[in-house]
Design a protein around this ligand. Structure first.
Ligand SMILES: [Zn+2]
Length: 138
């Protein structure tokens, strides 16, 4: 915690001609200020990560085969179930000869027609995955 009232102490030391003590106090305050700024940056990053996790928990839909991300009325995807379950990353599947393929893990999924059909499913009645906690520090 930055002791803001200490700036007044530094000012008083300057008025008293105790310049070296004032400089030392200001140096200490500067060090604390930098620490507070770094802590603030870390906390902002954590808040953003929690917001991202919350967004995914609310908007990620599992149709029994693939994951889909709901953004308003638009369904994005499909995303690889294998990659998401293992790493928490949403990897978009690519169309393959008879279905979908993940170029990251190599997993193949059923035919595209069933995935297209799943675009029309009622998002309210779809099984939603529980939120996955992504580690903040590695
Ligand atoms: Zn994958």
């Amino acid at each position: 915690m930055l002791d803001y009232y200490r700036f007044k102490d530094a000012y008083d030391l300057m008025l008293q001609g105790r310049i070296d003590e004032a400089k030392k106090l200001l140096t200490d305050l500067q060090t604390k200020y930098i620490e507070v700024c770094e802590e603030n940056t870390i906390l902002k990053t954590q808040i953003q990560e929690f917001e991202d996790i919350l967004y995914l928990a609310k908007n990620l839909v599992y149709d029994g085969s693939h994951y889909w991300l709901m953004t308003g009325s638009i369904k994005q995807g499909p995303f690889c179930r294998n990659c998401y379950d293992k790493t928490g990353q949403l990897i978009r599947l690519n169309e393959a000869a008879k279905g979908w393929k993940c170029y990251t893990c190599g997993t193949r999924y059923g035919d595209r027609e069933s995935a297209r059909f799943s675009l029309d499913i009622d998002a309210e009645n779809v099984k939603r995955p529980t939120a996955k906690v992504i580690p903040l520090y590695k």
